[in-house]
Design a protein around this ligand. Structure first.
Ligand code: SOE
Length: 388
């Protein structure tokens, strides 16, 4: 088995999820074509970095990503830093001949994402973008049913990504609420996952029309905590929220199917409802991440007396990745999607092919994000061709 020596930038939420995946991979997928070696983790704060290094199990730490990239004992740069840092790190790493793994959304803008793809292709390195939800076995089942024609012609894709972590008007102005760092709000953070899922399952987008809103226009400036569970203070000075709190849009796909999308951080009671429904001429499927081991499936040709949605628990060994985990019925969770993602990355690098989803998918997603933004600003339908 070959080895891929990893250097990772960022050690917060995604850094932890990726670290866990690198650690779990050799234990549960001993037949992976390559084994990740957790060489170095990188972050600006020396104390936080050292704590994460020791806790997550990385060999060494770097406080400067340029030093990380310059190291000749590293093959892959994994980018988990906030979105505004993706472009520069990815391009410099590609120039140094490192393979790339970058969290979503790939970049702040379509133009930046294209520059990242160009740099990766010019350098001839492998590149992957972190759309982890593709790797839930129940989602893989939906993909299989569609590819095998078992849902027939696809008519509808209906998706929502609902969260509520900024419902409190005193929740602070963390980086995810600042356009220059995050690119956009719920649109690029949550909508990006839905767009990728739609491209994965249904196909390319043809045209879009959308609307968005920022319900809370100003928020307290953050103190030290900047994550999803940060706490704001009523009395702190306030700053302007420069991203969308919610973005909704509709699409016509190139294959004629229709889609609707809703991404919001203001859906009280919804912590992480990442859900889609697909209706075809021969049946339907429904997925909800909060019940991620299940796929609701309906086939029109079921006998009349048992017509209805059935709940398929995608934990049998017959389902993607599941023979590596536990006996049937023993469910898996969020973190497993990252392990499967890293499996694809390791296999692709060892087999000398591009992993999927890669920066090309990141760019296609960014195209849709930007088309919707243009539609929201100009209050009209926007054809994807306008951006190509
Ligand atoms: C926060 O909204 C977040 O962690 C996103 O950044 C992730 O991409 C999504 O998977 C869950 O929610």
């Amino acid at each position: 088995m070959s080895k891929v020596r990893v250097g990772m930038v960022g050690y917060k939420f995604m850094g932890k999820a990726h670290s866990n995946a690198y650690r779990a991979l050799p234990m549960f997928f001993p037949n992976a074509a390559a084994k990740p070696e957790m060489k170095a983790i990188c972050g600006r704060n020396p104390e936080g970095l050292e704590q994460a290094r020791a806790q997550f199990g990385w060999e060494s730490g770097e406080t400067d990503w340029r030093k990380l990239i310059a190291r000749d004992d590293i093959d892959l740069i994994d980018i988990n830093a906030p979105s505004d840092a993706h472009k520069e790190i990815a391009i410099e790493a590609a120039k140094a001949g490192k393979h790339l793994f970058c969290e979503k959304p790939l970049a702040l803008t379509l133009e930046d994402s294209k520059a990242m793809l160009d740099a990766a292709e010019a350098a001839g390195v492998k590149h992957m973008v972190g759309f982890n939800y593709r790797f839930a076995p129940a989602v893989q089942l939906a993909k299989k049913l569609i590819d095998e024609g078992r849902l027939g012609e696809i008519y509808h894709f209906r998706a929502v990504f609902l969260q509520d972590w900024i419902l409190d008007p005193d929740f602070p102005l963390v980086w995810r609420l600042q356009k220059e760092i995050a690119g956009s709000g719920s649109h690029g953070d949550l909508g990006a996952h839905l767009i990728d899922m739609a491209r994965f399952l249904v196909g390319e987008f043809k045209e879009v029309v959308g609307m968005g809103e920022t319900f809370i226009k100003e928020r307290p400036l953050p103190t030290s905590m900047t994550g999803l569970s940060a706490k704001g203070s009523k009395d702190a000075p306030r700053g302007e929220v420069t991203v969308d709190d919610a973005t909704l849009f509709m699409t016509r796909f190139e294959n004629g199917a229709l889609g609707s999308f809703e991404a919001t951080r203001f859906a009280a009671g919804h912590r992480c409802t990442n859900s889609f429904e697909i209706n075809g001429s021969k049946g339907s499927v429904i997925f909800d991440f909060e019940r991620m081991n299940e796929l609701q499936v309906y086939f029109t040709d079921d006998a009349e007396d048992v017509q209805g949605f059935r709940r398929v628990l995608a934990t049998d060994a017959a389902h993607a990745y599941m023979d590596a985990w536990w006996p049937a019925g023993h469910t898996i969770g969020y973190e497993h999607t990252f392990t499967h993602e890293v499996l694809e990355l390791m296999n692709a690098i060892a087999e000398d092919r591009q992993p999927v989803p890669n920066f090309h998918d990141g760019v296609k997603c960014q195209e849709v994000l930007e088309a919707v933004e243009r539609s929201v600003q100009e209050r009209r339908w926007v054809a994807l061709q306008e951006l190509q």
